[in-house]
Design a protein around this ligand. Structure first.
Ligand code: HEM
Length: 482
């Protein structure tokens, strides 16, 4: 089999190491055994073999932005997911994990209306309410002179916003004094995402786990109790949401269980998986981006004061409120957010499959049905596009705009095409409104946060440091009220 894969397989002409072409064990070792390290092997392969590499027996990785819109195509061109890749999400009925192009479109359709720019702007008050609660915590820890885990607070903020979208009622994470106490989502993200690579290689594990009753699973694998808690919570909240007759706002859950959705798509499994992914997807990445942005703003106080000065244009008083539509016109805030998305976005390998098209790249032919990927990390760290790529430099976006360069075409944290992140507009609203509210009013200082706590060394769908999750702690040293 290895001989066939290396010499006779349709991908045998694609450059790459023979070991990677012969066996999946190479990837298994680096991602499962070493824990999310295969991304660095891919980086080495590109250094040795150029922009197109066969990274395993069946997948091609291309680190060239000019191919991005071919791989992540939209406009009616069919793009499917790789069945082997989607099992890492352990939620096979969610749109995110749906392989087939047409079924994905059908599953995404009821969700779309909630995430258009107009819909997100109309729900600005939901975001604003949670941002105000975060401000309440900042005032509280200022009075107590306490160290504050801001990264955890961001997870509570985004978790509360997305549960409000899902069920019309938030989970109350921000209402707790101890922000971790009831936040199961935070716990799953902090401890559970390391299983993503194992699930990819052994999809039977999540499938079995879901097929068995939760009560039995609690006995078989007690270590996953937080996942079961969340599953039970989702079922409970789903029931409540349906019972919420005459709710002021239509929720995502109502839309998924609407009679206009085909009966086969209204199963408990479908609703549970979609809610689970929207909840996790809507919590982690935005909170991580807020964490990274704040970390860099605090490491360089010039960035912080420059941003505060700019914010005064739309927030004359420190307590003024501004929505995303007002804030997105501010070039420096936009540059800070772009830079945080460039450096901090999810590091997953979002493979796409063109089921009926042959793709061509520099004389190489990629047959239909081949998983092809580009990890955004490689585009975002390309020094020809972003000189000194590791440095957090908001000014690069301002200078590019002055030169008339459209640098944003290389910013792909949400991917593109038919499978682009559905929550992109909500993420932007959260990023703009939260950063603005913090920077305009609060003076913060970094504390108990080492550079290695914020370093990306492991890919677990999202970026992870060597140990645990990105952790940003601060002290509130001043509050501007006048
Ligand atoms: C900075 C914040 C965010 C980033 C960087 C991000 C990134 C991504 C990426 C890269 C994908 C594609 C994954 C793949 O191809 O396998 C994706 C999909 C998705 N994201 Fe996000 N995301 C963010 C925020 C959100 C938010 C706030 C939500 C809330 C609803 C969300 C929900 C989803 C869902 C449901 C999908 C699947 C879409 C589909 O397959 O049609 N994300 N996201």
């Amino acid at each position: 089999r290895a001989i066939y894969r290396i010499y006779f397989h349709p991908l045998s002409k694609i450059p790459g190491p023979k070991l990677a072409a012969a066996t999946h064990l190479h990837e298994f070792y680096h991602d499962v055994v070493r824990g999310g390290k295969f991304i660095w092997e891919i980086e080495k392969m590109h250094r040795a073999y150029g922009p197109i590499v066969r990274i395993n027996p069946r997948e091609v990785h291309i680190a060239d932005p000019s191919m991005y819109d071919e791989i992540y195509a939209g406009c009616g061109r069919k793009r499917e997911k790789d069945p082997r890749m989607v099992s890492s999400y352990a939620s096979s009925y969610a749109a995110l994990a749906t392989v087939d192009h047409d079924l994905h479109r059908a599953r995404r359709a009821p969700l779309n209306p909630f995430f258009s720019k107009k819909a997100v702007l109309e729900l600005s008050d939901v975001v604003q309410e949670k941002v105000s609660l975060l401000a309440w915590h900042l005032k509280r820890v200022h009075a107590e002179q306490a160290v504050f885990a801001l990264s955890t607070a961001f997870t509570a903020l985004t978790g509360d916003i997305i549960t409000h979208y899902l069920y019309g009622k938030d989970n109350g994470y921000l209402r707790e004094r101890d922000l971790v106490k009831r936040n199961i989502v935070w716990e799953i993200l902090a401890k559970g995402t390391s299983a993503c690579h194992l699930f990819r290689f052994f999809p039977i594990i999540p499938a079995l786990t879901k097929a068995l009753p939760i009560r039995l699973m609690r006995l078989v694998r007690p270590a996953l109790s937080n996942v079961y808690d969340l599953q039970e919570q989702i079922s409970r909240q789903s029931d409540e949401a349906v019972a919420l007759e005459g709710a002021k706002r239509r929720t995502i859950y109502n839309a998924l269980s609407d009679p206009s959705v085909p009966a086969s798509e209204r199963s408990v499994a479908r609703l549970r998986d979609e809610s689970f992914i929207v909840l996790l997807g809507g919590t982690e990445s935005t909170a991580a981006t807020l964490t990274l942005a704040t970390y860099h703003l605090l490491r360089n106080k010039d960035f912080y004061s420059k941003l505060r000065q700019e914010l005064q244009q739309v927030m004359p008083k420190p307590t003024s409120e501004a929505n995303w539509a007002q804030l997105e016109r501010l070039p420096y805030l936009t540059a800070v957010i772009n830079e945080a998305l460039r450096l901090g976005a999810a590091a997953l390998r979002p493979a796409r499959v063109a089921p009926t098209e042959t793709l061509y790249y520099k004389g190489y032919e990629i047959p239909p049905g081949t998983p092809v990927s580009t990890i955004s990390y490689f585009i975002h760290r390309n020094p020809a596009i972003f000189p000194d790529p590791e440095s957090f430099t908001p000014e690069r976006w301002i200078q590019a705009a002055e030169r008339g360069d459209n640098l944003t075409k290389y910013l792909v944290p949400f991917t593109r095409g038919s499978r682009i992140c559905i929550g992109m507009n909500l993420a932007y609203a959260e990023l703009y409104m939260t950063l603005a509210a913090i920077v305009r009013r609060f003076d913060l200082e970094l504390c108990e946060t080492r550079p290695e706590d914020m370093e990306f060394t492991r890919e677990m769908v999202v970026q992870r440091p060597e140990k645990g999750v990105w952790t940003l702690k601060v002290r509130v040293v001043g509050i501007n009220e006048a």
